[in-house]
Design a binder for this molecule. Structure first.
Ligand code: SF4
Ligand code: SF4
Length: 112
């Protein structure tokens, strides 16, 4: 079991999650983060910290595609442990449907 970052992180990227993870297993893309499933120790601390409710345990149904995406990009994006400012328009994107298709970016983020 692991926790995974899901669609609502895209263009929200509040980054509250990175500060609480005891094993520093968040990785940063251009407009979202992912969790490395093999590094996550399933502590669950990050889940309630996400203002966008984007972090879910992989025991929830229909998260296989997100688990695959987290694993794939955690191997190529830089590690991130220090919280930075959320995007100025993060609130406007919170809860918008279809973000994966329209706005997911495979580009790496800045990292620490
Ligand atoms: S707190 Fe939530 S929305 Fe923000 S970066 Fe972490 S997973 Fe994404
Ligand atoms: S569940 Fe715990 S170990 Fe896994 S990403 Fe969240 S804070 Fe880190």
């Amino acid at each position: 079991m692991t926790y995974v970052v899901t669609e609502n992180c895209i263009k929200c990227k509040y980054m509250d999650c990175v500060e609480v993870c005891p094993v520093d297993c968040f990785y940063e893309g251009a407009n979202m983060l992912v969790i490395h499933p093999d590094e996550c120790i399933d502590c669950g601390v990050c889940e309630p910290e996400c203002p966008a409710l984007a972090i879910k345990p992989d025991t929830e149904p229909e998260l296989e595609a997100w688990l695959t995406l987290n694993l794939e990009y955690a191997q190529v994006w830089p590690n991130v442990t220090i919280k930075r400012e959320a995007p100025a328009d993060a609130k406007e994107w919170d809860g918008k449907p279809g973000k994966l298709e329209a706005h997911f970016s495979p580009e790496p983020g800045q990292g620490d």
